[in-house]
Design a binder for this molecule. Structure first.
Ligand SMILES: *Cc1c(COP(=O)(O)O)cnc(C)c1O
Length: 463
């Protein structure tokens, strides 16, 4: 290619204004929200990087597809278009639509797990962990050791530790019904998993007669990393790479709010007939009939088109590059982040940035509040608030304290990213004055969504 600038591979057809607020207004909003960014009103946020889940912009082709939604209760045309789109990528036998990823998790684990079971994963996502633990089973994270050193660069830092996996399977016969592998590894920094690792995990699982599923939410971004980083894949298309990834598994769970490029939706796909029948029965109980699974016909259409668009090379190149662009600027400014930069998000390493805040005062949580206070930016903590509480009710500090800046797909432009970089660099300059928070109210499960906090030392930033 003659020109090096990677442009947004789309033009903007519809715009949505975003609203500036004053620092005073944000201070008040933060206090009213109990210092929990999940409890803010979205209109009080300038740049919203809380999540890349369901927050993307749909294409004109997706909107056009939605007009063709077939809302028949059973056997709708939209279901068959959706099923074909999923099958062409995964080649899995049973495709079960759900309203989002966690419903697929609940149905799968509800059909498969019993108390005392163990589910290994490179790193469980929060809802995945919660759904495993809800069944009385143990969610075991076994990423490669490199994954826990934020600044250590490794091309496939999302890989699973194969020795650890083999050990768990050998030591716990009959207690591990399924192994999950999250691509890309969201809670571990959005890091990719190599094809070699997927293949090896598959071989080990099948040697022990254990099911192997992908948590496939960002399968397309993972395919792009394989194409650009793993030997032998440079000339393959993202679709071919994705097909190979799925060829090693017995099934997958998927949130279509990520690489489905839709605002809602998900699915469970698997080969085993008996397990699929059990899952479909559970689906009918809480989600709906198996040809819509909690979705409208038009949602199924949006996902069918989205699954096609997400594998476009221009899109993936822009997607991964635009996130990396922010990462490079932050590294240049001396801000500690997880390196290399992952597919959908930049993760600030709050333990390194704020060494004076003890983990029981939640440094990453405090930092995310300060980013909002100073710049109107909403991020999310992935640290001891999200993962610190153990199933027995005790507290254990999370291995890392991260602030995740997740990018909605096709939503923000380069100037938004430049603004962000300015805000983060400014806050980095204030870091010695930033103080921690204290949790004053906390619900029993997934506490980060609704817990309330107070500054532990009178204020988030001291003089
Ligand atoms: C988002 C996500 C889920 C859950 O999907 P929802 O659609 O939010 O229910 C599961 N695993 C991973 C890795 C995710 O990123």
């Amino acid at each position: 290619m003659k020109f090096k600038t990677i442009i947004e591979p789309f033009r903007i057809k519809t715009v949505e204004p975003i609203r500036r607020t004053t620092r005073k207004e944000r201070e008040l909003a933060l206090r009213e929200a109990g210092y929990n960014l999940f409890l803010l009103k979205a209109e009080d946020v300038l740049i919203d990087l809380l999540t890349d889940s369901g927050t993307g912009a749909m294409s004109s082709a997706q909107w056009a597809g939605m007009m063709q939604g077939d809302e028949s209760y059973a056997g709708a045309k939209s279901f068959y278009r959706f099923e074909t789109a999923v099958r062409e990528i995964t080649h899995l036998k049973h495709i079960i639509p759900t309203h989002q990823g966690r419903a697929a998790e609940r149905i799968l684990f509800g059909s498969l797990l019993k108390p005392g079971d163990i589910v290994p994963n490179n790193t469980h996502f929060d809802t995945t962990r919660a759904n495993v633990e809800y069944r009385g089973a143990t969610a075991l994270d076994i990423p490669i050791p490199e994954a826990r050193q934020p600044q250590l660069r490794h091309p496939f830092k999302g890989n699973m530790d194969l020795n650890a996996l083999e050990h768990v399977l050998k030591e716990n016969p009959g207690r591990v019904p399924i192994v999950m592998l999250t691509v890309t590894n969201n809670s571990g920094g959005g890091q990719p998993v190599s094809m070699a690792n997927i293949r090896a995990v598959s071989e080990i699982c099948h040697k022990y007669g254990v099911l192997f599923f992908l948590d496939a939410c960002r399968f397309a971004e993972n395919a792009w990393f394989i194409k650009t980083r793993e030997e032998g894949y440079a000339d393959k298309s993202p679709r071919e790479i994705a097909q190979e990834m799925f060829s090693y598994v017995d099934g997958c769970t998927m949130s279509a709010k990520k690489d489905g490029m839709a605002n809602i939706g998900g699915f469970l796909a698997l080969n085993d007939d008996e397990l699929a029948q059990k899952c479909k029965n559970m689906l009918i109980l809480t989600e709906g009939f198996p040809t819509y699974g909690g979705l409208a016909g038009y949602d199924l259409e949006a996902i069918a088109v989205g699954l096609h668009e997400v594998l476009d090379e221009d899109y993936l190149r822009y997607r991964v590059r635009s996130v990396e662009y922010l990462g490079e600027k932050l590294v240049a400014a001396g801000v500690p982040i997880v390196e290399p930069v992952g597919g959908h998000a930049v993760y600030i390493d709050a333990l390194t940035m704020l060494p004076h805040i003890p983990q029981n005062e939640y440094p990453a949580w405090a930092l995310s509040c300060v980013l909002y206070l100073e710049g109107g930016v909403r991020s999310v903590e992935i640290g001891s608030v999200m993962f610190g509480r153990q199933p027995d009710g005790s507290e254990k500090p999370a291995p890392m304290e991260l602030v995740r800046l997740a990018f909605p797909r096709r939503v923000y432009t380069q100037s938004h990213v430049d603004y962000l970089c300015e805000v983060i660099t400014y806050v980095h300059g204030l870091r010695e004055r930033v103080r921690g928070v204290r949790m004053v109210e906390s619900p029993p499960v997934l506490r980060h969504f609704t817990a309330r906090f107070e500054p532990a030392h009178g204020s988030l930033i001291v003089a």
